[in-house]
Ligand binder design. Structure first.
Ligand SMILES: Cc1cc2nc3c(=O)[nH]c(=O)nc-3n(C[C@H](O)[C@H](O)[C@H](O)COP(=O)(O)OP(=O)(O)OC[C@H]3O[C@@H](n4cnc5c(N)ncnc54)[C@H](O)[C@@H]3O)c2cc1C
Length: 394
């Protein structure tokens, strides 16, 4: 063991579980606290490749990812009647990424990581969160919401875009949040009779875009992204807010939102990035979306969360538990990579959702061009297909 005491990780998400696994494999004894009462069983669909793939490969998890099966052979851009105008075989995506590509739902990735963490004996405490931290010379005193306390050698804030650890250490989120002018909402629908033939679909209209992913013949995941000014939306208004934003939308948007049985979307948030000048202070550091949220438009938030966690653990081992040196090296490696991707995603946000001025024929031409088999490897290059671990010596 290189770290002098137990490390505490706040957040059993993609970054937190990856870090816990890596630290445990290096002989440390991390404990993870997670706000939610259990792992989620529903969530949004993601593209998985690049740095995330590379980390999963090094953790021996690629076979589990490949074993996930969704009935999706094609990605299609469809018009208001559901008629495709651009069709991309998934095999073409795989070829462009040398076979290192899968669709994965966030809950599936979490389950795969959690099972590995449990098999290694990592302690995960659900329904628990940190309320306060006090840094001492040799450790951090931590207070939890159940009034218990603990002494930890290091504390890692892997608790997502609205990180509680970041709030305690660095202050209010509003200082670091960059609103990209849109909202995101995700849904899961069972027992539908909508016509999906092994095809993921994207339907775009001025100021709104919908993504549909079949999971079985009768169930699907949907993600809606829509442009609106930032307003306060209480949880019990989120569903009506999304329904209003998609009123009159083409294809199946309105039918799906009507068919949705939940009281609120599975996921609802503003499209926001987090840019924070320092990621670490003393014995505490941040990782994943907590310090470098890219937004879904980068298409690689989970990859960078896993890569950051992996590199952070590696630096702690390289510096034999000297956290100051390890945190500085981790930040020096990751921060420029995150900043560059954030700039790209913020620029993409301006064109990703059509405006009322957008010309449909131009957008059709662009989608056909960027998914052309010859250009697709270049397109994916702009979305992080090259792993940031490729130059790594280990
Ligand atoms: C709709 C959508 C689509 C996306 N698509 C893609 C994609 O195609 N490809 C891709 O790579 N990325 C995608 N992303 C981004 C990706 O999901 C995130 O970047 C990634 O989940 C970040 O991982 P994380 O571990 O930092 O945070 P999270 O996965 O958000 O995990 C944070 C964890 O911390 C917990 N937590 C929160 N607060 C506290 C607290 N106070 N105390 C304890 N625990 C707490 C949360 O419950 C959660 O379990 C998408 C995101 C969205 C919203």
């Amino acid at each position: 063991m290189a770290i002098d005491g137990r490390p505490l990780i706040s957040g059993a998400g993609i970054a937190g579980l990856t870090l816990a696994i890596c630290l445990k494999e290096y002989g440390e004894d991390p404990v993870v606290v997670e706000q939610s009462p259990e792992l989620p069983d529903q969530g949004y669909m993601m593209d998985f490749y690049g740095s995330g793939w590379d980390v999963a490969d090094r953790m021996g998890l690629v076979d589990k990812l490949r074993a996930l099966r969704y009935p999706i052979d094609k990605l299609q851009f469809v018009n208001s009647e559901g008629k495709p105008y651009t069709s991309v075989p998934i095999k073409r995506m795989k070829r462009a990424l040398n076979g290192k590509y899968v669709y994965v739902r966030r809950p599936d990735l979490l389950r795969i990581l959690y099972e590995r963490a449990k098999a290694l004996g990592v302690e995960v405490r659900f329904g628990t969160e940190v309320t306060d931290l006090r840094e001492r010379v040799t450790h951090v005193d931590v207070m939890f919401d159940d009034s218990s306390t603990g002494e930890y050698a290091l504390v890692f804030g892997a608790d997502g875009v609205h990180s509680g650890i970041r709030q305690v250490m660095f202050g209010d989120e509003s200082q670091f949040a960059r609103f990209l002018g849109a909202y995101v909402a995700a849904f899961h629908v069972e027992d539908h009779d909508l016509p999906f033939r092994r095809t993921a679909q994207i339907h775009e209209e001025p100021n709104r875009v919908a993504f549909y992913y079949p999971l079985s013949e009768r169930s699907l995941d949907a993600t809606f992204v829509f442009r609106l000014d930032e307003v306060d939306v209480p949880p019990d208004h989120q569903l009506s807010f999304v329904r209003r934003a998609f009123k009159g939308a083409g294809w199946i948007a309105e039918a799906l939102l009507e068919a949705y049985k939940g009281k609120a979307p599975l996921y609802f948030d503003t499209l926001t990035q987090i840019a924070i000048p320092r990621w670490s202070r003393g014995r505490v550091t941040l990782l994943g979306d907590a310090c470098g949220c890219l937004s879904l438009l980068a298409g690689q938030g989970s990859h960078m969360a896993m890569a950051g966690a992996y590199l952070l653990a590696q630096e702690l081992r390289r510096y034999d538990g000297n956290h100051s040196a390890a945190f500085a090296a981790y930040e020096a490696m990751m921060k420029p990579e995150i900043a560059r991707r954030q700039e790209d995603a913020a620029a993409f946000a301006k064109i990703f959702i059509p405006t009322t001025q957008s010309k449909p024929w131009v957008r059709k031409l662009v989608t056909k061009t960027v998914f052309n088999p010859l250009l697709l490897p270049l397109t994916m290059g702009a979305f992080g297909s090259k792993s940031i671990l490729e130059s790594d010596e280990d």
